[in-house]
Design a binder for this molecule. Structure first.
Ligand code: CA
Length: 161
């Protein structure tokens, strides 16, 4: 029992440190959406763990609440702005500890509802590497699911990472 307890933290560290290079990321998107336009700016990325993700979500939620009056008044702050501000916060968290966290913005055709956003039209949201798994995260509700289960994975138009 004691041995098992010692091994668990080590396993967690290995999973947390797992990253992805630009070719892996490109391949993951292209396997579902071969025609997607891919803009990846760095050669390698690292994975967030749940603690970093929770902290970033709290910060982003706080920022969205502070500016909610502005958002509601002019309606200019929409899905792409949620996605880019979330990406920016994740980048800031990465820079604090010298990590290049993988968090990108994707544009999709919203064929199916996801994360509380109904089907219809085009939509922007995030892809993010969480504990070594590429996830799609809806930055208006913070729901996320592995890319392999994301219902609109075959309708990704572009990625900016
Ligand atoms: Ca906008």
């Amino acid at each position: 029992m004691k041995k098992l307890l010692l091994l668990l933290p080590l396993a967690a560290i290995v999973i947390t440190l797992k990253g992805a290079d630009h070719l892996e990321i490109r391949g993951q998107i292209k396997q579902y959406s071969p025609k997607a336009s891919i803009n990846i700016f760095d050669p390698t990325y690292t994975s967030v763990n749940m603690r970093v993700l929770d902290d970033a979500i709290q910060d982003h939620f706080g920022m969205m609440r502070r500016y909610s009056a502005l958002k509601d008044e002019n309606k200019l702050f929409d899905c792409d702005d949620y996605a880019f501000t979330f990406k920016a916060i994740i980048s800031c968290y990465g820079s604090m500890i010298g990590s290049n966290y993988e968090c990108g913005v994707i544009t999709v055709k919203q064929e199916e509802a996801f994360g509380g956003i109904p089907a219809g039209g085009y939509h922007a949201l995030n892809v993010i590497l969480i504990d070594g798994v590429m996830n799609v995260l809806e930055p208006q509700t913070y729901e996320f699911t592995p890319l392999s289960d994301y219902p609109n994975r075959h309708h990704i138009y572009d990625l900016i990472l």
